[in-house]
Design a protein around this ligand. Structure first.
Ligand code: SF4
Length: 83
């Protein structure tokens, strides 16, 4: 069985107080609120995160269905892999 190294997660810029930006609240949110939240999260991925490529690869490999990973939301990841 292959050993999966997920140690990169320890270096993600989404850890800490900003972590709530990366997933929709369980009660849902209006489109414009979602757009604003996602843009803030993507900005963190794009400007502050040293493990963005690891994160995006992981999300695509594991078909993560929810949240911002590697600077992309669910729809953008699906588009990337042609789903
Ligand atoms: S790329 Fe974004 S979601 Fe992935 S670890 Fe970095 S900050 Fe978190």
């Amino acid at each position: 069985m292959a050993v999966v190294n997920e140690s990169w997660m320890e270096s993600g810029a989404c850890r800490g107080p900003a972590s709530n930006l990366f997933y929709a609240p369980s009660l849902g949110e209006r489109r414009e609120v979602r757009h604003e939240r996602e843009n803030k999260a993507k900005s963190i991925c794009q400007t502050q995160c040293p493990v963005r490529q690891n994160c995006l690869s992981y999300a695509i490999t594991n078909r993560e269905l929810f949240g911002i990973w590697g600077g992309l939301n669910e729809s953008e990841r699906k588009g990337l892999i042609g789903m």
